[in-house]
Ligand binder design. Structure first.
Ligand SMILES: [Zn+2]
Length: 57
């Protein structure tokens, strides 16, 4: 299972293991979903994603 999921629509990255209902993960469209290789926060940042304030610290 992936650790991080990026939403291209709002350019926010979520940490799936600790996501909250505020994240609205299930509203992210398939075409807006991005997984990272390697699956780490640094990679998400490099690709321009901002950490979610609810699940990424
Ligand atoms: Zn989140």
């Amino acid at each position: 299972m992936a650790g991080y999921l990026g939403n291209k629509f709002d350019m926010i990255v979520h940490h799936l293991a600790v996501m909250t209902s505020e994240c609205k993960i299930y509203e992210i469209k398939k075409q807006d979903s991005v997984y990272f290789v390697p699956d780490i926060l640094d990679q998400a940042r490099k690709e321009g994603f901002a950490p979610c304030k609810y699940c990424v610290n």
